[in-house]
Structures are given as C-alpha cells and as structure tokens.
Design a protein around this ligand. Structure first.
Ligand SMILES: Cc1ncc(COP(=O)(O)O)c(C=O)c1O
Length: 411
C-alpha cells in the first residue's frame, strides 16, 4: 500500500509556510480546512484577470465562464456523477433549505420524512420544519450511550408514506461512518429518496457518490480544502421531478434550478482547485493515470489510511483516561478523525486552554444540539472537539496529546 508523502502534501498548502501560523497545531478542520494552493491560485487568478460577468462574448468573460464550467466538469468526474447532477450553492445549510422547500411542493399532507438526531442541524431542521405544513416527521434516534444509528430502527420507521430519508455520512461529533450504500439501497427499495449530509465525511477523501447510490449528497467545500461553497449532487431523475426554485425563466437551466442565489463566480471557478489538488496528490503517489473517479478513489484511500494511522494514538490516549467520555467509536477505522470528548470542564474552556499550548481546537455544540442532548450532555456545557486531516503530521498529534494531558490534568 502506497504511503502518503507528507512533505509533498504540506507543500500544497500555503498555510503551512505562513509565518503567523507557524508553531500552531491546527485541530479545527471540521470547522473549515486550510485551502489547497490550487484553490488559492485559481481564486487569485480569477480576481486578478477575469472578475467580470461570465458567459459574455469578450475574452475575460469567456475565460471566467470556462473556469466555472471546468469546476462542474472536474468535480462531477471525481465524484462519479454527471456534470448536470452537480449544483453549487452558497452553503450546505442553504442547499438543504432550498431542497426541503422543493421537495415539499411534491408532497401531500400526511407524507413522511425521516430525519435523525445524529445530524448537524443543516440536514435536520430544514426537513423538520415541513411539519408546519402537514408533513409527518419521524426521528431515527441514536443510541444515547454511543451515538450510533441502528439500521433496524430505520426499518421500523420506513413506510409506504416515507418520501425522504435525511441522514449523515458521518456526524460532526460522534464521527462514526454510517453505511451509506446499504442505507441508500434500503431506502430506494422502499420508494423514498435519500439526502445524505457528507459534510463531515468528504474532507477525508472525496466520496464516490455514484457508488454510494445517494439521491442527494451534500458537502461544504470550505472543509475540503476549497472555497466557501456548498456542493450538492442530485440524481438527474430526482432533480427533474423537483419544481424550479430559481427565477421562473431559469426553470430549464439545471445549474440554476435548485440554487436561487446568483453564484459566487470566483468561488465556483476556484472549486476546480479541489480536483486539481486531488490530481496533484494522485500523480505524486501513483505512476499510472486511470480516469478521474478512480484517481479520486485512490487518493481517498490514501487519505483514509493516513488518518486512521494518525487517529489511533489520540483515541487510545483519550479512551484510557477515566475523566473523559470519548464520543463515537474508539476504533479509528470506523470513524472520521473528528474526535469529541465530554469532560467536567466546558468544551469551550478546554479549547481556550489548548490555545495557550498553541493547539487550535473548538468547543461547544457545533450545531449538533439534538445529538449532544441525546447523548445526555448539556449543550451549554458542550464538548471539546479535535479534528484533523491527512495533512496533519504525527508530530502535531503528539503535541496535541501532550497539550491535552496538561490541560485535562489541570496543569
Ligand atoms: C456535518 C455538517 N453538516 C452541515 C454543515 C453546514 O454546512 P454549511 O456551513 O456549508 O452550511 C456543517 C457545518 O459545520 C457540518 O459540520
């Protein structure tokens, strides 16, 4: 198995040579990652040389439009979906909000939507609000000890009235990787549509959405080394059935139909940088060059293997402490490296104390209030969360463990 070349990886991120960040260990990646050089370069290029209204008949505008088109094409190919199945909106929260509205127009009173209490509010609240207009909301509840979603419970909730099942690929707190392909197959068989929040999973390797079989898959590109956008893949047949959410005259325009806001042209253009970074990683580590979906799959596996290696000592350390409640699986292979703990001290206080040791971490409820409550934790007390990516070094992990040791022991 190919091992990741960390020096090469870190050379692709300007933040790692930025003097003001030197000496800081970055452990709030689930909030937003450092951007890759390819993304920063495209954003700079766009702002410098073609920040004009795109798709008009003059060279700067043609270039702007071509850069935006390239983002659709490159990302779709890597995500293994059609180019017309990719939609870029301002954020995942806005994308789910618009989607829920669109789906509601095709539902009847008494139809059912299944949501979880494992999700970030983005893929939960927008659906739950449909209760105000007569849609029945059924909650797929986590195990209060482990935060695990049990598939048997989903079986009991699915009915011939279920229209949508909204669930996360991985939670931003317990981080367990849910069996998305299995859930999507089950839900499709029942005749409903799946809406998968991949925000907490995609930073750990771009998903093969085609293989997962999700009808809708969402993630936020500012967490996948890119600009601040929401990426949404919607299966063609599903998008075709949904009513237009944009200006009436845009109904036939697939990129606009589900995104009422005017696009942020520069950021859309910069999105291709995520694919270019993925390719740079691929070409550095592999001698041959298969198609884009396979290149993305290889890089995904490379990242995952590295992150599993990095997460093991931190998880072992936390699991061994009897003053800490480690949330989610202890086995690094079953989870994303977004590692939250509950402790007698408030999450935010612990994060602040880690800052004194030059560790950037976060504390609070991370908009997963329902999950935090289900786990028996007061959201005001919150959790401490340390989240990292493939670009994190073993030395940074060691430093984080050392800093945690001092902070948790009150030293
Ligand atoms: C798991 C998860 N889903 C959804 C969101 C919302 O994403 P956005 O900020 O793009 O609306 C977040 C944001 O942190 C998240 O962590």
């Amino acid at each position: 198995m190919t091992q990741i070349d960390l020096d090469f990886i870190r050379s692709q991120f300007p933040a790692f040579t930025e003097p003001s960040l030197a000496g800081w260990g970055f452990f709030e990646n689930a909030g937003g990652s450092y951007p890759a050089r390819q993304v920063v370069d495209r954003l700079t290029h766009f702002y410098t040389s073609c920040k004009v209204q795109p798709y008009a008949p003059y060279p700067a505008s043609e270039q702007a439009g071509a850069m935006m088109d390239e983002s659709y094409a490159r990302l779709a190919a890597m995500l293994n979906v059609g180019e017309d199945e990719v939609h870029f909106g301002p954020s995942t929260s806005q994308n789910t909000y618009v989607l829920a509205h669109a789906f509601r127009a095709r539902m009847r009173e008494g139809d059912e939507v299944i949501v979880t209490n494992q999700d970030h509010e983005a893929n939960s609240g927008a659906w739950r609000r449909l209760a105000d207009s007569g849609i029945v909301i059924r909650e797929w509840k986590v195990d209060p000890e482990t935060g695990h979603l049990n598939l048997g419970d989903l079986d009991r909730l699915l009915s011939d009235k279920t229209r949508v099942v909204a669930f996360p690929h991985a939670s931003n707190i317990v981080a367990e990787i849910n069996p998305v392909a299995e859930i999507c197959a089950k839900v499709r068989q029942s005749g409903a549509v799946t809406v998968v929040d991949g925000v907490s999973y995609a930073p750990h390797g771009l998903p093969d959405i085609g293989a997962l079989g999700a009808d809708v898959y969402l993630f936020s590109s500012y967490k996948t080394y890119g600009p601040h956008q929401g990426v949404m893949a919607v299966r063609r047949e599903v998008a075709d059935r949904l009513p237009n959410q944009s200006h009436w005259f845009n109904a036939g325009h697939i990129r606009k139909k589900l995104v009422p806001a005017g696009p942020d042209h520069a950021q859309v253009a910069a999105l291709a940088g995520i694919a270019l970074y993925t390719d740079a990683v691929h070409d550095h580590h592999f001698a041959d060059r298969p198609g884009p979906a396979e290149r993305a799959r290889r890089v995904h596996d490379l990242f995952r293997a590295q992150e599993v290696r990095l997460a093991a000592p931190l998880l072992d350390y936390l699991a061994a402490r009897n003053d800490v409640r480690l949330l989610g699986p202890r086995d690094p292979a079953r989870r994303a490296p977004t590692i939250a703990i509950a402790h007698a001290r408030k999450g935010e206080d612990l994060a602040r104390a880690l800052g004194a040791h030059r560790i950037m971490a976060g504390g609070g409820d991370f908009y997963a209030v329902r999950l935090i409550e289900a786990l028996g934790i007061d959201p005001d007390h919150g959790v401490l969360r340390l989240s990292f990516l493939h670009y994190t070094s073993p030395a940074e992990i060691e430093r984080a463990i050392g800093a945690l040791d001092r902070v948790l022991s009150g030293r």
